[in-house]
Design a protein around this ligand. Structure first.
Ligand SMILES: Nc1ncnc2c1ncn2[C@@H]1O[C@H](COP(=O)(O)OP(=O)(O)OP(=O)(O)O)[C@@H](O)[C@H]1O
Length: 707
């Protein structure tokens, strides 16, 4: 496990005082255990969280641990926890030490002391170690020494949620994320793609051939790239120029997987739980550490595994029992064909859907109920993934792999039950490579050409997006088609650019940094929240009221329609009776409907406007308002033409008073002088018209003159 430069660790000096030690990174490269570090360490005693003066009376004894061996911290798939910590010592587990530790139930320890972390001291909870336990396999994680003995696991509990995590620099990473968010808020760049750069440590192969470092982390945000020249080439050394690249985060080679996850992806997982779509992808040259970042190893899991752990841990806290589903699919793009990694078979087709965006037709969606199931599926998928050894990388990924997780769950927000659907895409791209770097004229070179082609398509999409072009060539390759939502859609996206520090990969590193620098200018559409409110118990009554109102409205409509039918039937019947029964100058016609219901109709011999005619009723409901003489008069006066009619036969005044005093029927109209003189046929459908239309006294008004 690499050790952070200028980090600190804890141990005991010869007097069994608990001490904190400065660890010199250069020295630690060859000496990974605390025992050897204590040779070099600048020891300071610690008690109750305070630094004491270094002991000058006695030289610090070297603590030897013959059985110690270095192996990665067991961050296995099943997440067994490091519940214990044991400080390295095979000697003198004396009472004094135990008493000292017992008196320090919770000891805050400053682990990081580089410039960036000075103001954010990292604290971690300690419990006194179990007594009399031997140390077998000490580990140095973020400057602390761990003992992986199972008996100690119960005693040590990290404060953070993820088990076994190397959480050194957690505060620092949190600060970095907060700073980025604040800056974005100020600059209005909240929907920008976040870009992080991770340098990998120099490999043993590179060291063996005498490679030199050409890129280094300048600060937490910047990396400095310089072309390395041989030390003897003094002239060239003077001419060399470096360049700074600024990103949302820059991580040196010894950064833990956990820190990478915290800085780059934890925020996006949170977004997915809010119902948003998020994507994280690793980009870089072959052998730069993309797969290590995304997948990691069983002992040092990467972003995919940590994201799943975090996701399930948070879901357990937030989700209600009612609805919870996590479904995932895992696919690869190999030689421009899309293949299902979880159920390998024929090539799949990528389609674009208006509602769902980009979809892969026929892909298998697996439901997972715990992170362990996800790990198992991931492992199975990785076995099906195309990886081949190349000259540069023993386990080179020859395809782009995309893990897509769709989370649907219900939770309470302000006492309302809501269902949220979020999508998380985790993408491990294949690395760009030079043909000479791999193998020429073989299947590897064909794969390499396809990888390069899709990465070229990706870079042209990035260019078009940055330049704000209208047409973005997403369709140029399967990869860009699949990344369409992540790059230009409603999505929160993070890109982790992996680079090798070796000067042998200078060109690739420069290229990666260049494209990463461009990608940080891409603006996405911003996350959309897929949230749906479920009516709670309090909302039931409101819902009931609304439903009843709707039903009431429908019933009213039905009543109105029925009334209309009754009226039209009535008018038909009226039209069918040839002569209305009336008597004298004023009469209220005998309504057939009234006759039907067996009601008597009043017959008046006298003209008396004050006498109210009886209402014609159907049961208790008045069928229509009966006309009185005064109401008819009023209507006639209002509608009568001002100019006298040239034809006296048709003039308004020539029409007898009786004409208005009774209801006009179909026969009246068809036999009227107007109808005869115009020789117009009255359409049969006139009969169907409602009585109100037929009764319009102004019906004759405005008709063309018969002459
Ligand atoms: N941060 C790191 N710490 C320790 N080892 C690393 C780190 N990054 C990468 N490595 C090691 O470097 C080697 C190459 O890494 P990896 O396979 O992840 O590269 P890659 O970018 O995925 O390459 P390719 O594109 O060819 O698949 C691996 O052996 C890996 O263990």
């Amino acid at each position: 496990m690499p050790i952070r430069s200028r980090s600190k660790s804890i141990g005991y000096n010869a007097r069994n005082d608990l001490v904190e030690m400065d660890l010199d990174s250069s020295s630690m490269e060859s000496c990974d255990t605390l025992s050897s570090a204590s040779h070099l360490g600048n020891l300071r005693s610690m008690s109750r969280g305070k630094l004491l003066k270094p002991s000058t009376k006695q030289p610090t004894k070297t603590v030897q641990n013959e059985t110690s061996c270095m192996h990665p911290l067991p961050l296995g798939m099943r997440g067994g926890s490091h519940d214990s910590i044991e400080l390295l010592s095979t000697r003198n587990s004396s009472l004094q030490r135990r008493q000292t530790l017992a008196a320090i139930p919770r000891l805050s320890t400053h682990i990081e002391e580089d410039e960036a972390n000075k103001d954010t001291p990292f604290s971690r909870e300690f419990l006194p170690p179990d007594e009399g336990k031997l140390i077998h396999s000490p580990q140095i994680v973020g400057g602390l020494q761990y003992k992986t003995s199972p008996s100690y696991r119960k005693l040590y509990k990290p404060r953070n949620s993820i088990d076994n995590a190397n959480i050194s620099g957690f505060r620092a990473s949190k600060k970095l994320v907060l700073e980025t968010m604040q800056e974005d808020a100020i600059e209005g760049h909240a929907d920008r793609i976040k870009v992080y750069v991770r340098l990998r440590p120099m490999s043993s192969k590179e060291k063996a051939v005498g490679a030199r470092c050409c890129v280094r982390e300048a600060n937490r945000r910047e990396v400095y790239l310089t072309e390395a020249a041989s030390e003897s080439d003094y002239l060239r050394l003077k001419r060399l120029k470096g360049r700074y690249f600024a990103f949302d985060g820059a991580f040196p080679g010894d950064t833990s997987q956990e820190e990478i996850y915290r800085c780059s992806t934890a925020r996006l997982v949170e977004g997915v739980l809010e119902g948003q779509n998020s994507s994280v992808f690793c980009y870089g040259a072959t052998g730069a550490g993309k797969t290590f970042t995304m997948l990691g190893t069983p002992h040092d899991p990467g972003v995919m595994v940590l994201a799943m752990k975090d996701l399930f841990a948070k879901l357990k806290q937030r989700s209600t029992e009612q609805k919870l589903s996590v479904s995932l699919s895992y696919l690869e793009v190999y030689n421009e064909t899309v293949r299902d990694l979880l159920s390998p078979g024929r090539a799949l087709v990528v389609r674009e859907d208006v509602k769902q965006g980009v979809v892969v037709a026929g892909i298998t969606q697996y439901k997972a109920f715990s992170e362990y199931e996800v790990m198992a599926l991931l492992q199975e998928g990785n076995l099906n993934r195309t990886t081949e050894p190349t000259r540069l990388n023993e386990t080179s990924s020859r395809s782009h792999a995309i893990l897509q997780v769709i989370v649907e769950y219900s939770t309470y927000v302000d006492s309302h039950l809501v269902t949220r659907i979020g999508k998380l895409s985790l993408i491990d791209l294949a690395g760009s490579e030079r043909a000479i770097a791999t193998d020429q004229r073989t299947l590897r070179s064909l794969e390499g050409a396809n990888i390069n082609r899709s990465l070229l398509a990706l870079s042209s999409c990035i260019s078009a997006l940055v330049e704000g072009k209208k047409h973005i060539p997403f369709r140029n390759s399967k990869l860009t088609q699949l990344l369409k939502d992540s790059l230009g859609g409603a999505c929160q996206t993070a890109m982790i650019a992996n680079v090798s520090p070796s000067n042998l990969s200078f060109g690739e590193t420069q290229n990666t940094l260049y494209w990463a620098d461009r990608a940080k200018e891409i603006r996405t559409k911003g996350p959309l929240v897929n949230e749906e409110q479920i009516p709670g118990p309090g909302q039931d009554q409101l819902q009931l009221v609304l439903e009843l109102q709707k039903e009431n409205q429908q019933l009213r409509m039905q009543v109105a329609q029925l009334q209309q039918k009754v009226l039209s039937l009535e008018s038909k019947t009226v039209a069918a009776v040839p002569a209305a029964v009336y008597d004298g100058s004023l009469a209220v016609i005998r309504s057939p409907s009234a006759a039907l219901v067996g009601r008597s109709v009043l017959k008046e011999n006298k003209v008396d406007s004050d006498v109210q005619p009886p209402q014609i009723k159907c049961g208790n409901t008045p069928l229509r308002t009966p006309l009185t003489l005064s109401s008819i008069k009023r209507k006639v006066l209002m509608r009568s033409p001002v100019a006298p009619c040239p034809n006296p036969a048709l003039s308004f005044h020539s029409i007898s008073r009786d004409h208005f005093c009774r209801k006009r029927t179909f026969w009246d109209i068809t036999n009227s002088p107007y109808a005869k003189s115009t020789s117009r046929n009255i359409r049969s459908n006139t009969q169907v018209q409602t009585p109100s239309m037929l009764l319009q006294p102004g019906f004759l008004r405005g008709r063309p003159s018969p002459n």
